[in-house]
Design a protein around this ligand. Structure first.
Ligand code: ATP
Ligand code: MG
Length: 332
């Protein structure tokens, strides 16, 4: 049974650049289940941040959401995010869905005490109650002492600033948290601490988390399900356990191989998958991974991605699902 909190259908987000339109999200469909940690995994430029920004309608010029739908399944009914008026959107954001930004540490206003940054957010949403108590509560949830609220950003370490941005993102008590590479800029020890606080917070607050990362090992340590992104679409979606045990898409197999240490045969086999992702300014026919895939054949170029495919239990965008993983095993 599936209980989505977010349903994204055929979403197209484009950046209009002088050298052409970059199709950053291409007919992307994805379901986010209530209460899960869904990791969005993919290399740089695959559209991970663009998805987060699109969900919150934070795509600014030169970007534009050109088509598709994003539905938030509220307890009181469905909200079509792309149809919200601006005032309604402002009410909706942060209270229902919030985001920790990839450059979160730079989001804090350098000349304002931490508490001011919380209060501005609360005032913008007309939240009632005891602001100071609320600030202390979320600082504590994010692993910080209450003395932090009187401090300025420059008095905090990178890890502490990241915790402040987590506390800020949670302080309006959203149902969905989009965490965009929240640990990348931090050292490994702090990364681990932040990840375990996110898991703890998720349990405590009954959150749904979309966790964006380029690192499959980080994703697999935190996620219930994985959505593997390539060139503006998920090419494989499934339970983390299943996907790591038997990757169905060749690209997933490749990511997996770079994560675990492998014997030389296997490494050599997978090296044939060098190269770069396709140019998103040009139309892509069929499978976007074709140019890097050792199993590519003419049929991949005409592979039809358009029919509405099931993203519920699992999904793979390949005409030979599982074959890559089997061939890698055969090389061993
Ligand atoms: N403001 C912008 N103007 C032009 N192109 C953009 C802009 N923002 C994103 N893009 C393009 O959209 C595509 C998707 O970018 P996006 O930032 O979503 O990738 P990402 O998966 O988050 O990458 P990273 O891992 O580097 O953060 C890329 O081709 C990128 O160059
Ligand atoms: Mg990004």
């Amino acid at each position: 049974m599936s209980f989505p909190i977010l349903s994204i259908r055929k979403l197209n987000t484009v950046f209009h650049t002088p050298s052409g339109d970059v199709n950053a999200l291409r007919d992307l469909s994805l379901e986010v289940e209530r209460g899960e940690v869904l990791a969005i995994v993919g290399e740089s430029g695959s559209g991970k941040s663009t998805l987060g920004f699109s969900i919150l309608r934070l795509i600014d010029s030169p970007g534009e959401i050109v088509s598709g739908s994003i539905t938030y399944h509220d307890k009181d009914g469905d909200v079509s995010i792309l149809d919200l008026s601006l005032p309604k959107l402002r009410e909706f954001r942060w209270v229902n869905i919030s985001m920790i930004f990839q450059s979160a540490m730079n989001v804090l206003n350098p000349v304002a005490r931490i508490e001011r940054q919380f209060i501005d957010t609360f005032e913008a949403h007309n939240l009632g109650g005891d602001y100071q108590a609320r600030i202390e509560k979320y600082l504590q949830i994010a692993g910080l002492g209450k003395q932090v609220k009187k401090m300025y950003p420059h008095e905090l370490s990178g890890g502490m600033k990241q915790r402040v941005s987590i506390a800020l993102a949670l302080s309006c008590e959203p149902s969905v948290l989009i965490a965009d590479e929240p640990t990348t800029a931090l050292d490994v020890v702090v990364q681990k601490e932040i990840l375990s606080s996110i898991i703890k917070i998720k349990e405590e607050l009954n959150l749904t988390v979309m966790f964006i990362t380029h690192d499959l090992s980080v994703a697999s340590s935190i996620a219930d399900r994985l959505a593997i992104f390539y060139a503006g679409r998920p090419v494989e979606v499934g339970s983390a356990e299943k996907l790591l045990k038997s990757p169905q898409h060749p690209y997933t197999a490749m990511l997996l191989s770079s994560m675990i240490s492998l014997n030389t045969n296997r490494d050599a086999f997978l090296k044939t998958m060098g190269g770069t992702p396709p140019d998103l300014r040009k139309p892509i026919q069929g499978c976007s991974f074709m140019s890097r895939c050792p199993l590519a054949e003419p049929a991949c170029g005409t592979y039809d991605l358009s029919p509405g495919k099931s993203y519920g239990e699992g999904y793979v965008e390949c005409i030979h699902p599982g074959r890559m993983a089997r061939e890698v095993e055969a090389v061993d």
